[in-house]
Design a protein around this ligand. Sequence first.
Ligand code: ADP
Length: 534
Amino acid sequence: MNTLKASRISTAAGRFAKLIWRPSHLVRVHASAPPLTRQISMDAQSVASRLSNSGLLRSQGLIGGKWVDAYDRKTLKVYNPATGEVVADVSCMGGRETNDAISSAYDAFHSWSKLTAAERSRFLRRWYDLLIAHREELGQLITLEQGKPLKEALGEVSYGAGFIEFYAEEAKRVYGDIIPSPLADRRLFVLKQPVGVVGSITPWNFPLAMITRKVGPALACGCTVVIKPSELTPLTALAAAELSLQAGIPPGVVNVVMGNAPEIGDSLLASTQVRKITFTGSTAVGKKLMTGAGGTVKRVSLELGGNAPCIVFDDADLDVAVKGTLAAKFRNSGQTCVCANRVLVQEGIYEKFANALSKAVQNLQVGDGFTEGVVQGPLINEAAVRKVESFIEDAISKGAKILHGGKRHSLGMTFYEPTVISDVKSEMLLSREEVFGPVAPLLRFKTEDEAIHLANDTNAGLAAYIFTNNMQRSWRVSEALEYGLVGVNEGIISTEVAPFGGIKQSGLGREGSKYGMDEYLEVKYVCLGNMNSN
Ligand code: ADP
């Protein structure tokens, strides 16, 4: 921290306010796209003004408890995906700043890890209280930089804060063991101790919750963290970090750097002071990090891509299946790694289900996440829309049929119509890869065995859903699915009290629940010898 130049340090969030209020900065990303209505733009602006008054808007990185610029003062722009407007210009950091952050996390580790569990618990509880007290502003910030409808964003704040509350409690339950000794003069103990400094790399689809479910257990165990949020959504991370300071969490325990992702990643990987990398994001980047962690033999937790099957059996309750599929597929406009990616429907219920789902999808209101009644926001950027378009083109060229949607929304830019597409086959891109958009591809199957085979025929293994009223089948199929989480007659199953994580190439480790603590603890065996001598 002593390497930080005073001139880089500031407590003002000025850059944000300036950008929001100077019309010349309101640039559109896609000049050729149809203009959005004025209504949308004004909503976002009034939200931004409220946010900049709240003090939670930060544009600099957080290192050792100080808000700092990048050494070269480079910045990067954060866009509102619904309008293409620039909402902020934040510090664009790299290796040097990351090394500073690692040093301060390392320094802070010595004292943070020595606090009692009860003391750490109280800090976390205060942080949770502040996150909830600022739920409205944080929700607005999420909608502003990520695009999801405000109601969903508020739900994310409650969900995300829930990890801090849960781990505030769990901090007090890090039990060790006493092992019956095979030798009379020895006593054998197992201690659980914090791993050390943790590098936490997170994506844009849950700008708050993906951070809290890593940082909550890390801090509870006594670790300190360097957070690298997505460059697309750093503002929520910075606001949450500001609240951690307000909660009294000591300087250096929580650090945030953002900017050049490969450079930041490489610095975290190269450092011998960083003992663990926890990552949520693409499988490709996860594999790179896992390989890179080998250089210093770091521990890794990875939450990577999924290819979730949603299996609807003939004996399912149609309404429950439609409602559940809608939730599993269209939440966050299809941009979650647990979103249903393939909807496998048994032939006896196929037509009825396809009609009912298409009808339900017609009612999903698309628009700016700040507009009342909107349940489908924009995709994160135009590249995401192009990816969806290319998957749809591929499917149609191979014989699939659009039942609803199937093209960009009339709002243009990043908006895509919620889509149902039938006659999808295993060889199509829609079945092979994550579409990460509002598209429900329907595949037909005949038997339970065929459904299980289709469902497991992928390298991914994160979430799966089944809809059936047959209890034996619900157990049988849940056990046969090669997935880390299974929803039976439910489309949204994530909660801080249950373990979340994948098998196969969907990742390593679990987040949430008591199991989430294990990721940040080392197991130490202590042997007391010569215990019978006086
Ligand atoms: P997504 O497609 O969801 O954006 P990514 O895996 O590209 O998934 O991004 C997830 C997170 O990983 C983001 O914070 C991103 O900046 C970061 N990231 C991307 N490339 C690297 C890298 N080479 N090293 C470290 N982090 C990276």
